[in-house]
Design a protein around this ligand. Structure first.
Ligand code: ADP
Ligand code: MG
Length: 239
């Protein structure tokens, strides 16, 4: 793996919120790399900086110090419009709370990344329908998110994150609003859609029941990566 060009490379990342006496240090010098084709989990207690780290990696949040590149590019050095376009082409997001737009149909929700990337509506909806089929939701295109179960809504969110075939998929606590069985199904879907074509998956979680899906597990505490665990593929379990 070491010989391959990393998808994500962070060195000495430092990030605080606020300033002066009330400043909160969220990242205190983070070194991490993620490689094409791997599922990297970022785990650790609430408040240790996981969301901050993936937000900096995804170019949503500016770092204070250190380096961070995505496929060799530093998002922070880009102009806003270029950064938005780069993110739109290369990154897919999945959130704990699904973040679907309640007034749009499932098909419309999944079409959004393509419309943002300036696809025509018909082409976008055709690809969105295929993405929904891949997550097992064919036939539910016209439903509103509120008409689906939590697990189904998260699969819609996965279809939306993957519809534009991003190289990097970033998930923040994707199973923590779901029961164990539904969470496991969501992880199966994520892994199936991300293995084999060099896509990188970074999943933030404190749900130890899904650790078995990881290729590597980076343990975070208090704004730092404490250690990186590399469960061997042979012993990797599918909970
Ligand atoms: P995690 O995702 O691991 O729970 P976060 O990255 O959300 O951790 O937060 C790391 C630290 O930064 C915490 O102490 C949190 O309270 C603080 N923090 C996060 N976001 C903000 C914010 N917008 N303003 C101020 N402090 C924040
Ligand atoms: Mg968080």
């Amino acid at each position: 793996m070491a010989a391959r060009e990393p998808a994500v490379l962070c060195r000495g990342l430092i990030k605080s919120y606020g300033s002066g006496a009330t400043a909160v240090s969220a990242l205190r010098g983070v070194d991490i790399a993620a490689y094409p084709g791997e599922l990297l989990m970022l785990v650790g207690p609430s408040g240790c900086g996981k969301t901050t780290l993936i937000s900096v990696i995804a170019g949503i949040l500016e770092r204070d110090q250190g380096q961070c590149s995505l496929y060799g590019r530093d998002l922070q050095s880009m102009a806003e419009a270029e950064r938005v376009a780069f993110r739109g082409r290369n990154i897919g997001f999945v959130f704990q709370a699904f973040n679907l737009i309640p007034t749009l149909t499932v098909l419309e929700n999944v079409s959004i990344p393509l419309l943002i990337n300036k696809a025509g509506r018909t082409a976008a909806e055709e690809r969105a329908a295929l993405a929904l089929e891949r997550v097992g939701l064919a036939g539910r295109e016209g439903a509103l998110p509120g008409e689906l179960s939590g697990g189904q809504q998260q699969r819609v969110a996965i279809a939306r994150a993957l519809v534009h075939e991003p190289r990097l998929v970033v998930c923040d606590e994707p199973t923590s609003a779901l029961d164990h069985r539904t969470g496991a199904q969501v992880m199966e879907t994520l892994r199936a859609l991300c293995s084999g074509d060099g896509r990188t998956l970074i999943i933030v979680t404190h749900d130890s029941r899904i650790f078995g899906y990881a290729d590597r597990i980076a343990h975070m505490d208090d704004g730092r990566i404490e250690r990186i665990e590399e469960p061997s593929r042979q012993t990797r379990t599918t909970p």
